[in-house]
Design a protein. Structure first.
Length: 427
C-alpha cells in the first residue's frame, strides 16, 4: 500500500511538472518578454494572451520558427504594464486587444502593421500619445475611445478607413490632422473630445457624419471642407467655442441639432443648395447675429432658431409656407421679422418670448393665429390682421402688453378684437 501511495504521488508530481513545463513553453514566446503566450496558426503565430508581470513588454518577432503576425482579440485586455513594443512582423491588432490596459503610457507599433481592430486600445487610461506607422490602412470602431489621457495622435498617409467613434471621450486630445485618403468623417469620430481645439482634413472629405463633433466644447479652429456635400444630425452639437460656420455649396440639408448650442457662433452662411433646415438646428446659438435663409429652403423644423438671443432681423423666403412650433421662440432681441404672403401656417409659440418685437403683420395666406403664437412678446405694440383671418386662439397673446390691432372694417378680426376689448384701428 505504501508503494501505491508513492506511485500516486510520483504520478501527480510528474503531471504538475509537465503542466508547468507546457505553460512555460506556451508563455515564453521566443525572445520576447516572459508571459506572452503564443499559438501557431498555419504558417504564422498569434499572440493570444499575456500572463506575465513585466512593466515593459517586448513581443518577439517569431515563435518556433514562424513569424508572429497578429495580436488576437482581448490578448492584453485589462492587463497592467507601462509600455509595449511590437515587432515589424505584426500586421494586425485584434478587437479589444489592449482594452482597459492600466498604466500603459507608451506603445511602439511595428512598421508592418496594416490594421488596428475595433476597441483595440479603448479605455487605456494612461496612454498619452501614439504614432500610427506608415502602412496602416484601417482603424476599427472605437479603437481609442475613452483614452482620457491621450493628447496627440500621428496618422500615416496610408490610412484609408476609419471607424465610428474612434476617439470618443478622448477628453485630453487637443488637435488632429486626418490624412488625404480619408474622405468621410464617420459618426461620432471626435464625440466628447472636450479639449479638442483644431481639426484639419488633408483630403477631399465629402461627408461629416452624425455626432461627429458633438460635445467638442473647445473646438475653435475648424472649417467645413468645401468638398462636403452631407452633414449628419448633431454633427456640431455643443461646439460652444466654434466662432462661425460656412456650409459648402452642395449640402442640401441642415439636419436636426446640427449646430445645437454653438453658443459662440456669430454667423452661419447657408448655401443656395440647402432645401431644409431641421428641428432645433440652431437652437441656443445665443451669439448668432447674422442669418440669411436662401430662397432654396422650403422647410424649417420645429424650434430651428429657438433661443437665438442675438438675432435681430430675419427674412423668411417665399419658398417657405409653414413655420412650425417654436421656430423663433425666445429670440429676445429680434425686432424685425419679414414673412412672405405665401405663408399659410404659423405654429404654436413660433414667436413666443420675442420680447423686443414691436410690430408684426400676419401674412395674407395665414388664416389662423395659433395658440401662444405671441406669448410674452411684451414689447409688441402694433399687430396687423387681414380679412382672411378666421380663427384667433384665446392664448395667442398671453403675456403681451397693450397691443393696437389694425384690422379690416367688418372683418372677423374686428369682431374678435371688439369682443376681447382690444384697442382697434380699422382700415
Amino acid at each position: 500500500m505504501k508503494n501505491v501511495g508513492i506511485l500516486k504521488k510520483t504520478a501527480v508530481f510528474a503531471f504538475v511538472l509537465a503542466a508547468v513545463t507546457a505553460l512555460f513553453v506556451l508563455t515564453s514566446c521566443g525572445k520576447g518578454t516572459f508571459g506572452v503566450r503564443c499559438e501557431i496558426v498555419g504558417d504564422h503565430a498569434v499572440i493570444v494572451r499575456y500572463v506575465g508581470e513585466s512593466k515593459n513588454v517586448t513581443v518577439a518577432d517569431e515563435y518556433k520558427g514562424v513569424p508572429i503576425t497578429e495580436i488576437a482579440d482581448e490578448a492584453f485586455v485589462d492587463e497592467i504594464f507601462e509600455s509595449i513594443t511590437l515587432p515589424d512582423t505584426i500586421t494586425k491588432i485584434g478587437k479589444d486587444a489592449f482594452r482597459g490596459t492600466k498604466g500603459m503610457t507608451t506603445v511602439t507599433l511595428g512598421a508592418g502593421l496594416v490594421e488596428i481592430g475595433e476597441n483595440a486600445f479603448a479605455s487605456c487610461s494612461a496612454l498619452e500619445s501614439i504614432v500610427i506607422p506608415e502602412g496602416v490602412t484601417t482603424i476599427g470602431n472605437m479603437a481609442f475611445s475613452e483614452c482620457r489621457a491621450l493628447r496627440s495622435v500621428t496618422f500615416p498617409s496610408t490610412l484609408e478607413n476609419i471607424g465610428t467613434r474612434i476617439f470618443f471621450n478622448c477628453t485630453s486630445l487637443e488637435s488632429a490632422t486626418l490624412p488625404a485618403k480619408i474622405t468621410t468623417a464617420p459618426d461620432g469620430l471626435f464625440a466628447g473630445c472636450s479639449s479638442l481645439k483644431s481639426v484639419k482634413f488633408e483630403g477631399a472629405v465629402t461627408a461629416i457624419g452624425v455626432n461627429t463633433f458633438v460635445d467638442c466644447v473647445s473646438l475653435s479652429d475648424f472649417t467645413i471642407p468645401s468638398t462636403v456635400t452631407s452633414i449628419g444630425s448633431s454633427a456640431f452639437m455643443d461646439c460652444e467655442s466654434l466662432p462661425s460656420a460656412v456650409v459648402p455649396e452642395g449640402v442640401t440639408e441642415l439636419p436636426e441639432h446640427v449646430f445645437y448650442k454653438c453658443s459662440s457662433m456669430t454667423s452661419c452662411t447657408i448655401p443656395s443648395t440647402v432645401t431644409s433646415i431641421g428641428r432645433e438646428a440652431f437652437i441656443y446659438c445665443s451669439s448668432l447675429k447674422e442669418l440669411n435663409i436662401p430662397s432654396s429652403v422650403t422647410s424649417i423644423g420645429e424650434g430651428a432658431f429657438e433661443s437665438c438671443k442675438s438675432l435681430t432681423s430675419v427674412t423668411v423666403p417665399d419658398s417657405v409656407t409653414e413655420l412650425v412650433r417654436n421656430t423663433f421662440r425666445d429670440c429676445t432681441t429680434l425686432v424685425e421679422i419679414n414673412l412672405p404672403d405665401t405663408m399659410t401656417t404659423m405654429g404654436p409659440s413660433a414667436f413666443a418670448g420675442c420680447r423686443s418685437l414691436r410690430a408684426f403683420t400676419v401674412p395674407k395666406g395665414v388664416t389662423t393665429v395659433s395658440t401662444m403664437l405671441f406669448t410674452d412678446c411684451s414689447s409688441l405694440a402694433d399687430l396687423t390682421l387681414h380679412e382672411g383671418v378666421t380663427d384667433i386662439s384665446e392664448a395667442a397673446f398671453n403675456g403681451c402688453g397693450n397691443i393696437k390691432f389694425h384690422v379690416p372694417a367688418g372683418s372677423f378680426a374686428e369682431a374678435w378684437a371688439q369682443s376681447e376689448g382690444k384697442m382697434i384701428e380699422t382700415y
